[in-house]
Structure formats: C-alpha cells, structure tokens
Design a protein around this ligand. Structure first.
Ligand code: HEM
Length: 476
C-alpha cells in the first residue's frame, strides 16, 4: 500500500505496482527519461512509483535535486540483487556503495584521480598522447583515400576512452586489432545492453531469478560479470606478482596494492574491492565519455559554423604543429564550451545513478520512507527551458561570459552533493582534447546524399546517438 504522505504518482496495482504505466509511457515516448518527464509534468517535482518490490521516487528540477543531494539521509545507494550480484553478492566498489565504507574508498579514489601521476606521466600527458593517437588513426584512414573518407562516428571513440581508463588503472594501452581489447569491449557492450538506471527486471521482481532466470536476464547478467571478474582478476594477479614496494607505482593498481599491504587485514582495502573499483570505473567512465564524444561530433556535423569557430581558436592558440594540451584550455574558452555543451546534450537524455533513503525522512513536504530508491532526473534540469531558454539548441556560447567560461548552476551534468562524479576532470579533459585534436587536422561533414544525423538518440543506460557517419577530409 502507498504510505501516507508519499509523493503523488500513478496508481499502484497489486504485484506490478506502477511498472505497467511506466512501461507504457516508455513505449509511447521511446525513452525512460521522456516517460519520467511526462510524469513530472503531471505530478510535480516528486513522483512516487512502485516498480515490483521497489518504492521509487523520481526527483525533478534544480531545487528538489539540490535539496535531496545536500541531505545525508538520501546518500544511500540501492540494495538488492541487481546492485549486489555485480560485486560477488557483497556491496563493494565506489559506484553503488554507501556508509563509512564508501566514504573511505571514495576519498581514496578521488585523491588518485586528482593527483594522478602514475609512472611519471600526469593525466594531462596521458590524455594528450591518446588524443594524438586518435588523430593519427584518422590520418591513417585518409592515407588510403586522401580526398576524404566516410567514418562511422557513433563508435569512433570507445577504444581511446577505454585506453585512457585502462592505462590509468593497469598501465595497459590497446591497438584497434588487439584481441584482449575486443574481449573487454564486447563484455562492456553486453553489460550495457542489459542494465538501465531503474535497475533490472530480476531485481524489481526477485522471484524471477528462480522461476525465469533466463527470461528475466539474470543468467546473462551473472555470466557477463563472471567473465569481467576473470578479465580484471587476471590483471590484478599479474600486478600482485610483479609489485615492487620500493619502486614508484606504475598505475592505480600498484597504488591500491600498496594500500592493501599497509592497511592490513580487516581494513576496507582488499583485492576484491580493487576488482570492484575497476569494474565501477569502467562502468561509470567508458560509455559516458565515448557517448559524450559521439554527441559532440553529431552536433558539429549539424553546425559547421561551430566547427569553424572552434578551428579558428585552435589555430590561433595551438597552431598546426603540435597536439593540443590541457594547458591550452584556459586560452580556449570556445573549445571548452563545445565540450561542456556536448556533455549537457548527453545528460539531457540520461539519469544519474539511483540513491536510497537510509531512514524515514521528508522531502519538500512529502514522506520518503526508509529504503525508497530516488532517481535524479538530470534532464529536467539540464534541459530546463527556464534555465537555458533554448535547451535543445546546440549553442556553446551559452557558457561564455566576457570571453571566459561560465558554468551556470543548472549545469548538473556531473550530479551534485557527496556522490558528485569523481571522474569529471578526466571526462572533461578527454572530450576537450580528443575533439580539439581532431578539429585541428580535419573537417567533418555529412556524407553527400545522407540526411543530417538525428538528435533523437537511443534509449540505453546512458543515452547514445543512433548510428551516423561523417565525411572526414584533411584541413587545407
Ligand atoms: C561524460 C562523462 C561523465 C558523466 C556525464 C558523468 C556523470 C556522473 C553522474 C551524474 C554521477 C552520479 C552522481 C550521483 O549519483 O548523484 C556520476 C557518478 C560517478 N562517476 Fe561519473 N560521469 C562521467 C565520467 C566518469 C568517469 C570518466 C569516471 C571515472 C574515471 C566516472 C566515475 C564515476 C563514479 C565512480 C561515480 C560514483 C560516485 C559516487 O557514488 O560517489 N565518471 N557520474
């Protein structure tokens, strides 16, 4: 039964709750985020749902989200088979954990991501080198057809974003032909097609794990995770065997192994936790960044004038002789604004990671019982007409004020509060440098005879562009 004072929303049917109405709206609009948008218009900033066994509140609008993220009673992460099966039926990692365990582990991960200087290479150098490799791979394609080549852009970036993460974590960089890379990529792709931000069918209706393990996706979910654990576990074993405590750490794995040994048994640092953190950083960091880049180039194809203006800035600040560097960013506000606007477009179609109420509480006058899942409706803020005027237009100059980058309060692309994304610096650096390195050397146009690529996107755990290609030509 609906608890007294629970936020308004669609009727709760026995067993199904409001899953049926949500699924119907999702079918009609084509997207989970649009279905939640319709519900927010109908019921307000807080919409109360029941999806199977889960009580869910969708939180929309800057005021409600800010208030929620500022309160530690909403800092929990959901429990249940979906969130725990992925980490050996325990709550491990940093993405879907809470309490003191999460605080300690998040602090450690955040510090490493900030200080980031493994094997004498800083993050800025690592991302710059990878951006250089990306530009070289495009130049190689053009060597065979110098007048221009048609490149599928929707998946042009996953190898390179994966490389920045994997180099940071384990010192490993792949080439496009690498078999290990293909294995990792296909595992991550499989994983992403089987989850969404509302959880999974077998988690909302746990009985399905037993009565319909195949149909509910449970068997596949477990199988993919077992293969991912083996992949990451093998690399952790290699690192543990070759770890030299007297030498400078080669990568994140070394720093973590050192911490396990120093902290000793009984601490929150363990090999299992290291494996879970690697899994989390791949899940949180690889798809989001490469999809953000895919949105970026989709809009650049639709707006050649933005491309020209960014290229003029690159020419003036960097020239054509060297790869753009993060140190150039403060002199390249327009290019920085292109990256910000592209990520706004990605998150204008994507939810944040669900939170959980850790005790009975109230939010905006409504009762939120303990164990309620809270879904942060990021599109309701980053696509809010009142905040942005024309939110659906790709207009990087909205981030410029007096020639400098200005980030409005409604830029909730990386969330807010204590769970705010710890990968923001890495993600923004990737998008900025990858885009600048390509625009420095190439022009991107819609291939002759093809329509402009659609901005509609494809519903997924984080939104994707549909498949699209660009005609890439060298800049004169
Ligand atoms: C385009 C890129 C990215 C976007 C838009 C993005 C956005 C977000 C958002 C909205 C959250 C949720 C905040 C919340 O739950 O309240 C989040 C959490 C997180 N992100 Fe990112 N992210 C991106 C890239 C990355 C990268 C590259 C990494 C890793 C290197 C990363 C690691 C994480 C982690 C570990 C969390 C969970 C933090 C916690 O719960 O304490 N993200 N991100």
């Amino acid at each position: 039964r609906k608890p007294r004072g629970f936020p308004p929303g669609p009727a709760w049917l026995p067993i199904l709750g409001s899953a049926h109405e949500l699924a119907q709206l999702r079918r009609q609009t084509g997207f989970l985020y649009k279905a939640c948008g319709v519900l927010a218009e109908r019921y307000g900033a807080l919409v109360g749902l029941r999806v199977g066994k889960d009580r869910v509140v969708v939180v929309s609008g800057l005021e409600a989200i800010r208030e929620m993220c500022a309160r530690e009673e909403f800092d929990g992460r959901p429990r249940g088979p979906f969130y725990e099966t992925r980490t050996f039926n325990l709550r491990r990692g940093v993405l879907l954990t809470d309490s003191d365990f999460w605080v300690e582990q998040r602090r450690f991960v955040l510090r490493q991501l900030r200080e980031f200087g493994f094997g004498r290479r800083t993050m800025a150098e690592l991302v710059r080198d990878e951006a250089g490799e990306l530009a070289r791979s495009f130049a190689d394609k053009l060597r065979r057809s110098p007048d221009g080549v048609v490149v599928p852009m929707h998946d042009a970036f996953s190898l390179h974003t994966l490389n920045t993460l994997w180099t940071m974590l384990a010192g490993i960089r792949y080439t496009a032909e690498d078999k290990e890379l293909l294995k990792l990529q296909s595992l991550l792709n499989e994983l992403f097609t089987r989850v969404d931000m509302a959880g999974a069918l077998f988690s909302q209706f746990p009985i399905l794990q037993y009565v319909a393990p195949h149909l509910s996706g449970y068997t596949d979910f477990v199988d993919i995770h077992e293969r991912l654990w083996r992949f990451l576990g093998d690399e952790i074993d290699r690192h543990t065997e070759t770890f030299d405590p007297a030498a400078a750490p080669r990568d994140f794995m070394d720093v973590y192994i050192k911490m396990i040994r120093e902290a000793g048994p009984g601490s929150s640092f363990s090999e299992l936790q290291l494996l879970a953190i690697c899994l989390d950083l791949f899940m949180a960091g690889s798809e989001t960044t490469s999809k953000g880049l895919a949105f970026c180039f989709l809009y650049l194809l639709r707006h050649p004038e933005v491309q020209r203006r960014a290229q003029a800035e690159i020419d003036a600040v960097v020239g054509r002789e060297r790869t753009p560097d993060l140190a150039d960013r403060s002199n390249m506000p327009y290019m920085d604004a292109v990256a910000l606007e592209s990520l706004r477009m990605l998150m204008g179609r994507t939810f944040a990671i669900p939170h959980r109420a850790v005790r009975d509480s109230h939010l905006l006058g409504h009762f939120i019982p303990k164990e309620t899942t809270l879904i942060i409706n990021i599109p309701s803020v980053v696509m809010d007409k009142r905040a942005w005027g024309d939110p659906h237009s790709f207009r990087p100059e909205r981030f410029l004020r007096d020639g400098k980058v200005f980030i409005p309060d409604a830029y909730l692309t990386f969330g807010c509060g204590k769970h705010r994304c710890p990968g923001e610096t890495l993600a923004r650096s990737n998008v900025f440098l990858f885009t600048a390195a390509l625009l420095q050397r190439f022009n991107f146009r819609v291939p002759p005879g093809e329509p402009l690529p659609s901005t509609e996107g494809v519903d997924s755990v984080s939104a994707s562009t549909g498949p699209y290609s660009a005609l890439v030509t060298p800049r004169p």
